[in-house]
Design a protein around this ligand. Structure first.
Ligand code: GLN
Length: 399
């Protein structure tokens, strides 16, 4: 058997996506991989049906259909408070996943160092390996997930080419403050490096937190590659529509990478999604209110059950502390992954083990998401309320 590349030995499949497959196998409630169980806005679905009849059905322009890019530039420029040129400052990708991979391949040479906050969205680990970059991890320290800016300075002094900032942050729900972003950005400018942001949860930010766009900070546009997607904002994770916004010279290079990676995002879906991009401010306000209510409902439920958890300022993820269970003798050799698989089978709720997000040896957290309808969330909380009982039963079986 011929040898495979050494790079594929360096990472596993995505644990997030694996949990969904195991969850489906046991017909559990999926609070692992983050995607909504409710449909996209009706206007988008109607437009999609029309596009099925009218087209387009052939390739769009590789870096994005002109009308899609124009609508995107307008919507995003409005929120960022800076005009974006759709002709030169955007490349449309197949989801936020390709946006990040493409950004990394555009700016990194093999061996380049890139700073990544830990905990981090697991894709960045594979992105670094596939682009040849060497991660330097900067801890986000609970309970507030603050960080030591000196470490960021040190990373840049050690030659880091870029820093990845997931804001709002998956999985810890941190929303970076203006000051934190300014500190990071000033260092990036000083050391002539890039800030690569992942802002797919930009509209899921809960008061009093506010989303600040790093690219829109004074003097920063030339240093920031903003990776983003329509998945979360319009509940269309399966449409795989993402993009990078950045300075023209970088986007020109990113368009080449993207062209040879995937040629382009699906033309009919770009066409249909224009309907989402042209919706008014009310849509984003309603979305924020809906998710605020879900967050409060879910966190209150966890409190009633007595499970310890963080309260996210953004995103739809909550980290739940399972340390008290794993400390019991019966569970002492279990990993958090073992616990999540057991929880799918015995409690009927799927979560993602925290260890897939942390560089540090963290084994006591699991990530749940609340992008579910109220009935499903209620049922999930009901099942989770039986977690202590299921743990006790497991302990009895152990003896
Ligand atoms: N961002 C989502 C999560 O963290 C899933 C994204 C994906 O699987 N592509 O669960």
């Amino acid at each position: 058997m011929p040898q495979l590349s050494s790079r594929v030995q360096l990472f596993t499949d995505s644990v997030i996506r694996r949990m969904t497959r195991i969850c489906n196998q046991y017909d559990a409630i999926n609070l692992s991989q983050g995607f909504p169980d409710f449909p996209p806005p009706v206007a988008l679905r109607e437009r999609l049906a029309q596009v099925a009849a009218d087209g387009p059905h052939q390739y769009a322009v590789t870096f994005g259909a002109p009308n899609f890019r124009a609508a995107l530039a307008k919507k995003q420029g409005h929120f960022m408070g800076r005009e974006i040129d759709p002709e030169t400052e955007i490349v449309v990708t197949c989801g936020g996943t390709e946006a990040m991979m493409c950004a990394m391949m555009t700016i990194c040479n093999p061996g380049d160092k890139v700073m990544v906050f830990s905990p981090f969205y697991e894709n960045y680990g594979a992105d670094a390996i596939l682009s040849g970059a060497e991660p330097i991890y900067i801890p986000l320290v609970p309970p507030d997930f603050g960080f030591d800016v000196q470490l960021v300075g040190q990373g840049f002094r050690a030659g880091a080419k870029a820093i990845i900032v997931c804001n709002p942050s998956n999985p810890c729900g941190k929303v970076f403050t203006r000051q934190e972003l300014m500190d990071i950005c000033q260092l990036a400018v000083k050391y002539d490096a890039f800030v690569v942001t992942d802002e797919v949860y930009e509209h899921m930010v809960y008061a009093p937190a506010e989303h600040v766009y790093a690219a829109a900070l004074p003097g920063m546009f030339d240093h920031v590659l903003t990776c983003n997607s329509l998945s979360k904002t319009y509940s269309i994770t399966g449409w795989r529509l993402g993009y990078i916004v950045g300075p023209a010279n970088v986007i020109e290079a990113a368009r080449k990478v993207h062209d040879f990676l995937t040629v382009g995002a699906a033309a009919p879906l770009q066409e249909a999604a224009v309907t989402g991009l042209t919706m008014g401010d009310e849509y984003y306000k309603d979305l924020r209110e809906m998710y605020t209510a879900k967050r409060d409902f879910f966190c209150d439920g966890l409190d009633r059950i007595g499970l310890k958890h963080n309260v996210p300022a953004g995103t739809y993820f909550v980290l739940v502390d399972i340390g008290e269970f794993l400390e019991r003798p019966c569970f002492k050799d279990w990993t958090d992954l073992d616990f999540c698989v057991w929880m799918i089978k015995n409690v009927g709720v799927a979560a993602v083990p925290g260890s897939s997000f942390f560089r540090e040896p963290v084994n006591h957290l699991i990530r749940l998401h609340f992008a579910r309808g109220e009935e499903v969330l209620k049922e999930a909380l009901d099942r989770l309320s039986r977690l202590p009982e299921a743990v006790a039963a497991q302990e009895r079986a152990c003896k």
